[in-house]
Write a protein that binds this ligand. Sequence first.
Ligand SMILES: [Zn+2]
Length: 238
Amino acid sequence: MKNLFKMVFFLPRLIFRIIWHLFWGLVKTALVIAIILFALAYYANHSGSDIAQSFSGMMDNVAAFFADSKSDDLQNKLANLTTDDFTYYSGARWTQNSATVYIETDVPALVSAYEAALANWNATGAFTFTIVTDPETADIIATDYSDSSSQAAGVAETEVNAVTNHINHVDVKLNTYYLLNDSYGYTMERITHTAEHELGHAIGLDHDDHQTSVMQSSGSYYGIQEADILAVQQLYAD
Ligand SMILES: [Zn+2]
């Protein structure tokens, strides 16, 4: 009788054991993978080596890929907080500290703002923009758009090679809906700051809200600062 009892319960117990082992196996595997990813991410963010920089760029691309589907909702929620839309690719930069620009806008105030912003960046000596007359040969297209749905004064759309982490192309856009609307009170100086800010993204700079910087995420109250020149010099140090 006892043996029969044992035999009846042998199979369920065996199945339970197998499931239990599989479950713990999965938990352990997930834990090991998480630790490895965490260590790699930590290394990538704290090391200046090329491999680490590429890995960091790849992680950002992966994060951007998953964030993409949610970005519309998120942008609407963040609309009141941001001055521009851009995705930062950590460590991404041009191969050299120079790029060609085609000014595509016909709006006189924006042409002036772009020209002044390009001249101001060139005056730093840290990065050189060259204005070209053929959009096909331009690394950067500087243009305008009008969008009342986001509260962004500008956009920098950067294409990055995920393997080399080098910037391939950037579309910089200034939002005429806000910049040229009197009720938003943008002076010519702040429009130029906005152009300098978007070109800063085009160079490879992130937002910087820790100090006086043209890369502050809101306000466009500052032009190019010493801190911004240092940031570009560091980005293109090797
Ligand atoms: Zn920005």
